[in-house]
Design a protein around this ligand. Structure first.
Ligand SMILES: Cc1cc2nc3c(=O)[nH]c(=O)nc-3n(C[C@H](O)[C@H](O)[C@H](O)COP(=O)(O)OP(=O)(O)OC[C@H]3O[C@@H](n4cnc5c(N)ncnc54)[C@H](O)[C@@H]3O)c2cc1C
Ligand SMILES: NC(=O)c1ccc[n+]([C@@H]2O[C@H](COP(=O)([O-])OP(=O)(O)OC[C@H]3O[C@@H](n4cnc5c(N)ncnc54)[C@H](OP(=O)(O)O)[C@@H]3O)[C@@H](O)[C@H]2O)c1
Length: 396
């Protein structure tokens, strides 16, 4: 190992052991900054959050994520308690088996939104034919997909209110529940640029289904239920597969539409603060330039300072036909290919269901059109990039 790499490795190893905090023992962090990034007229509520790690001894590398233990919305907790005819004072086992009041358990320990299999099974047993379509679908393994479609957008509260004649004691109900899991968020800051802080870029999940307003637990906890002075449990989730290149001179290409931009904001801060000489190219996409260009002023500033060598944006809803990040890749295929041939590392973050697949297909296409490869050779080229750890994804 070259002598100048020694201290950072030692620092990393000592920082890992310096903090007593982990997923099993989360740090009670504060949340001093909660700022809306989405502008007026946006269809989204995407926010910039800053969380203080002061006093924790925790450290992270760019590419890592933050784990957050969020609490359920107290209004929904009260609705569920009322729907089972309880008061909230009843003693029930918490998810760690330690007895606690029902209200506390439903707030912090259990999933009370998407219904569990155990709950649906118990409901069908108790309600019998009155469970209607649920009864038919749940009893036929061949109907798995139809059951999933039926359940999409339905929550505990719908079933509890829909079957008031089915009675549950607090303990019986709690026994059907799943443990509430922490949520992960890509870290949007470099610790070197923001000592003791973690920044996040979070899309608040809100939607309507079956005539009710619904919300995601952790994203709305961050947006609405974590005041600056209060604490919530956090931990660092290391992502060794999603690090910047070891060679600071290696070029990087980053594809991060929507909240997928988060880790790349961290990369750019890190490359700036460490004076890394490698070139940086970001593809960002969102719905509308006027309201959804997340971190626009920071990114254009980084571009004018030369840290961001190239910034290509795709606003999908500013014209009749959709324009996505992969369209911008195709328009710039020759240069993108040249960067890859010069050893650029290629990163993708954000939606894993559609975007990452389409970006991957475009990468294959560019290897064919610009690299003159057959589809099989293009696949081998992309595979080799993965093996060399030059193609890295963090998608969700
Ligand atoms: C490694 C990693 C990094 C991540 N980084 C980020 C990040 O930087 N920023 C970010 O915003 N997110 C990020 N996420 C996603 C994040 O972890 C959460 O999944 C997200 O915030 C939703 O969590 P929630 O608790 O708010 O919603 P939940 O309570 O988990 O609710 C989401 C659920 O609601 C239901 N649902 C959602 N929309 C609808 C709809 N329209 N109709 C019916 N049902 C619906 C679905 O069942 C869905 O699974 C990341 C995930 C991973 C794994
Ligand atoms: N698990 C969950 O509950 C949950 C909830 C919310 C979001 N998510 C995931 O988290 C991701 C991040 O959400 P976000 O709000 O930050 O942004 P996003 O939904 O990823 O949208 C960002 C941009 O990507 C565009 N886009 C849509 N499909 C695409 C494709 N196939 N290829 C390339 N670009 C595409 C969008 O365009 P259009 O919108 O105009 O098509 C928009 O301009 C989402 O994609 C979603 O999958 C998950």
């Amino acid at each position: 190992m070259p002598p100048d790499e020694g201290p950072s490795l030692r620092a990393l190893m000592s920082s890992e052991s310096a903090s007593p905090y982990s997923r099993k023992n989360p740090f009670p962090a504060t949340h001093p900054v909660n700022r809306r990034l989405s502008g007026e007229g946006s269809g989204k509520d995407t926010r910039h959050h800053e969380i203080s790690l002061a006093g924790s001894g925790l450290s992270y590398e760019v590419g890592d994520s933050l784990g957050l233990f969020a609490a359920n919305n107290p209004t929904l907790v009260s609705e569920v308690i009322a729907a089972i005819g309880a008061t909230g004072e009843e003693t029930v086992p918490g998810s760690d088996a330690v007895p606690k009041p029902l209200r506390a358990a439903l707030t912090t320990d259990y999933v009370i939104t998407q219904p569990s299999k155990e709950f649906l099974k118990a409901l069908v047993e108790r309600a019998g034919d009155a469970a209607g379509q649920l009864c038919d679908l749940a009893s036929d393994p061949a109907q798995k997909k139809a059951l999933e479609d039926y359940l999409w957008g339905l929550e505990f509260i719908d079933f509890l209110r829909g079957h008031p004649s089915v009675k549950w004691t607090a303990e019986e109900f709690v026994k059907t529940l799943r443990k509430l899991q922490p949520r992960l968020y890509s870290i949007a800051s470099s610790l070197k640029a923001n000592p003791e802080f973690v920044h996040l870029t979070v899309a608040t999940v809100r939607y309507e289904s079956h005539g009710r307003q619904r919300e995601g637990v952790a994203s709305t906890f961050l947006a609405e239920r974590w005041p600056a002075g209060e604490t919530a449990g956090v931990f660092i989730h290391t992502a060794k597969h999603f690090r910047l290149p070891e060679d600071p001179a290696a070029p990087v290409i980053m594809v991060g539409p929507g909240t997928g931009v988060a880790p790349f904001r961290a990369y750019l801060q890190e490359r700036q603060v460490t004076g890394a000489p490698g070139r940086n190219w970001l593809f960002f996409g969102e719905q509308k330039r006027a309201s959804d260009f997340l971190y626009e002023s920071e990114l254009t500033q980084l571009q004018s300072e030369g840290v961001l060598t190239r910034l290509d944006v795709a606003f999908s809803r500013d014209q009749a036909a959709k324009i996505y990040v992969q369209d911008r890749m195709r328009e710039n295929a020759r240069e993108l290919w040249a960067w890859l041939e010069e050893g650029a590392h290629f990163y993708v973050c954000g939606d894993g269901a559609r975007m990452a697949k389409d970006v991957d297909a475009e990468l294959h296409r560019i290897a064919q059109t610009e690299g003159g490869k057959t589809p099989e050779e293009a696949a081998a080229y992309v595979e080799a990039m993965k093996k060399e750890k030059r193609y890295k994804k963090d998608v969700y």
